[in-house]
Structures are given as C-alpha cells and as structure tokens.
Design a protein around this ligand. Structure first.
Ligand code: SF4
Ligand code: SF4
Length: 343
C-alpha cells in the first residue's frame, strides 16, 4: 500500500524506473499528479514490474499507488487475450493429489501444469499437491491494472489453503508467496499456516541431502520475477542455495534491484510494440551472456515461457530452479532444464 506520509516527492521512483527513466523535474511533477489523482502518462506507460517499490528510498511503495491509479482511470490497457488468461487462472478445475502423509503439501496453483515435465524426481516424490483455480492467488492481476481483485479474493484464497489442515504449505509460485507473506498483511488477514517459498524448500532439501550433491561449477544468470519485489528478503536464501549446489550467480547489470521484466507483461500491453518487447528481452539476455553466464535460471513459469527459447538461441541453457537442483542431485532431466516444449 502506498504510504503518502513517507513520500518526499524526490521523484527517484520515476527517474530510476528502467522503462520510463524520466528526468528529475518531470518525475517530480508526474508523481505529484499521481498523488493528487490527476491524469499522467505514468498509468498508461508503466509496465507494472513493481521495481519502483524497491527503488523508493523511503519505503513508500510508489508502484502500489500507480497500480491503484491504473485501475481508477482504466488507462492501463492490455489485450483481450491476456484478460482471458488471467480469468482462466481462477476458472481451471481444481484437485488435491494426495501424497504420503509424512511428506509436505505443495500448492502449484494454476501454473503448475504450464511446464509439463517439471514436477518430477525426488524433490516432488510423495508430496501432496494442491492444483487448479481454487488455489489461484490473484496476485497476477496487478499486471492487468486490477489490484482490487487481490484484496477481494485474499481471504478466500487463505481459507481454501487453510482448509487442507496443513501446518506448512510450500508455494511453487512466487506470486502466491508474495500474496501470503506481504499482501495479506496489508489487508489485515491472518494466515493460519506457514507459507514456505519453493526456494526455502529447495535449500533445506539440499542441506538435508548434501551427501548426494555434486557441485555444478556453473555460471548462471538469474531471472527474478516481479513478485519477488514484494519478498526480496528471500534473495539471501537463493544465494545460499546457489552456493550449496556450486552455482555462481554472475554479477550483471539486470539482476537483483535492477532486474528486468521477462517481457510477458510488455507483450500483453496494447501500447508496447512487438519490437519494443523484443528489444527489452534481448537486452536482458545479452547482459546475461556478456556477464559470462552459461545458463539462465528461472523461478516463475511465465518467465520460462517468455524467455526459454530466446535464451537457448543465445547459448544460455534454460533451467527452472528446481531442475537445476535435480541436476545437482544427480538426476537426469527427461524434458530438459525448463520443461517440455509442445510444438
Ligand atoms: S512499476 Fe516498473 S515500470 Fe512501473 S513505474 Fe515502477 S519501475 Fe517503472
Ligand atoms: S514514492 Fe518514494 S521514490 Fe517516489 S517520489 Fe515518493 S519518496 Fe520519492
């Protein structure tokens, strides 16, 4: 939630925005318009990457204000196809796939099946899976300029997960974790179970099976999802995991606070051309390559779909993070590092 009392109108959020990069004077003027509820091109041109929430030196959460204004004005336009995709998220059939009672519960929400061939191997053996529209967290709707849908559906989302009776639930998707550890606090909703991020699960699994780990001695570039802006504290856990499996996260321009969008959001925006979308994607991948990476590692399935083929074409082997861990555990990947590709 935007905290106006913290905002000094310094304009940093719009100056350092990778996509808008306004000069200082303009940044200050346009941000003031956002506060005052006046029309500004920011609401149309912002690509909803949420980076400015991290950029703001005061912790005022400027993106949350931009997102609210996008909804109020209806000025953020995405394609009908993208809206259908978001609606599908909550409409998909749901089921609980029962595993062994002593093993953890994992929610794969409605995105778990997007990458066939990924939920395999010892990391996932015996887990109970929650899948489908009932377990959709609605966080993605920020990218359609509809943040009110998160608030409207947050309690239902928490209650549905809580109904499983699990004390801890692993979240396969970064969005669900951001919803349960950040957004719900803003809405005053209590979570009666412990949300475990997939990175935490993987790190602890590796620690518990360290004798099986063969260090990969690999240099990788990491594609940070936008929801991680809300839960950046877990970046230390990620670095720990990489170290445990012998992976060097290359030091590059577009990582951590400066991470770029995978391009999927831009691709759905009506005022962003395919050429512009492609240009940003290539900037990201070329940066990874120039920094010496040999592989591109993903956390979010949507980022995988947007970048895996392009990464491969650049000589960067794509991996979703759990598959990289599987390789370190000595497992064969039957469908490659980033899941099966349907032609
Ligand atoms: S959300 Fe991203 S694109 Fe939008 S203003 Fe903030 S940094 Fe810029
Ligand atoms: S939201 Fe933060 S970065 Fe943006 S103008 Fe206010 S204080 Fe500055």
């Amino acid at each position: 939630m935007f905290d106006e009392s913290k905002c000094t109108l310094c304009g940093e959020c719009l100056i350092k925005c990778p996509y808008l990069a306004y000069p200082e004077d303009k940044a200050k003027i346009e941000f003031k318009k956002l506060i005052d509820g006046e029309n500004t091109p920011v609401t149309t041109d912002c690509i909803t990457c949420a980076a400015c929430n991290m950029i703001c030196p005061e912790g005022a959460n400027p993106f949350d204000l931009i997102n609210d204004r996008q909804e109020e004005t209806g000025s953020f336009k995405i394609t009908e196809a993208a809206i259908r995709m978001f609606n599908l998220g909550s409409a998909l059939p749901s089921k609980i796939i029962k595993g062994k009672p002593e093993k953890p519960v994992m929610s794969i929400c409605s995105l778990g099946d997007l990458l066939p061939g990924v939920l395999e191997g010892q990391l996932f053996d015996g887990l109970t899976f929650l899948k489908g529209g009932k377990y959709f967290c609605y966080f993605g709707w920020i990218h359609a300029g509809r943040p009110s849908l998160l608030k409207e559906n947050a309690q239902k989302f928490v209650d549905t997960l809580a109904k499983t009776g699990a004390k801890e639930i692993i979240l396969f998707h970064d969005d669900c974790y951001a919803m349960l550890t950040n957004k719900v606090k803003e809405y005053g909703i209590e979570v009666p179970f412990k949300p475990i991020h997939i990175i935490e699960y993987l790190r602890d699994y590796v620690k518990d099976h360290i004798d099986q780990i063969k260090k990969l001695n690999m240099k990788i570039a990491y594609q940070q999802p936008c929801a991680s802006r809300y839960t950046f504290e877990k970046d230390n856990m990620l670095d720990e995991l990489f170290e445990l499996i012998g992976v060097e996260r290359v030091n590059r321009k577009y990582d951590r606070e400066n991470a770029l969008c995978c391009g999927s959001i831009q691709g759905s925006m009506l005022n962003v051309s395919k050429d512009e979308q492609e240009e940003w994607r290539m900037r990201n991948l070329i940066d990874a390559k120039q920094a010496g990476a040999e592989a591109m590692v993903f956390l979010c399935p949507i980022c995988v779909l947007g970048l895996r083929s392009r990464a491969k074409a650049q000589g960067l082997e794509p991996y979703i993070i759990s598959n990289l861990v599987r390789v370190a555990l000595g497992e064969e990947l039957t469908h490659g590092g980033a899941g099966k590709i349907f032609k």
